[in-house]
Design a protein around this ligand. Sequence first.
Ligand SMILES: [Zn+2]
Length: 231
Amino acid sequence: MKTSLKNFCSLVAGIIFFTSCNNTVPSSDSELTRPSESREEIGFSKADTVNNFKVTPSYPHVKVVIHQMAGYGQDSVFAQQSAVLLEQIVNSPQFWDAVINNNYAHDQNLSSQQILDKIMLAHEVDGPGGSDHVIDLRLRTINNQDDDPIWMRRCEPGSSTGTIGIDGGGSGIAAVCPQWLRSTAQSNQPAWLAAHFMHEYMHILGFRHPNKKPKSVPYKIHAIIEMLGEN
Ligand SMILES: [Zn+2]
């Protein structure tokens, strides 16, 4: 399977540029991974969210379900642990408070409350979807059989793009760089993988970040998950 070729962006050393929509560069959404970078963009600390609740909304419990997981190999258990952590975070008042008390670019003209409502409804617009109130994850690793070789090169540690994953180009399947997955598992940082899951899931919910990526919905939600999930 080749990922679709349209309308996604790539990140080079912190600078967003558009990939052209042609037949040689597969679609991508790539991410940088440095928690310290993304955390700076949130604008408040974990202590703020833990100690200073401003809102107490109520939602049905949202499940996180991995429907398929190709290529994860020995890191499958780690991925499941990361999904469990993601479910804990998404259902926490700390997460709700952090999402609501933030500002977003590329927000589809939704308020922060409406963005949170959309997350908690968990109604996928890309891919086969699933039940509402279930974050339906479909996962695979980037590989030479399914992807243009350019993506394996971009996955190389120290590459100029710093790519860690690509969204599914409308398929609803998120792909992760195998090297980054392995190192994240070896570092025992399920919050980082949970944040990757959630970043790509925000695309599956319909959010994009064509520019100004740090302030976009996927990147800010990504940063919030990392912040709340790290020990
Ligand atoms: Zn993205």
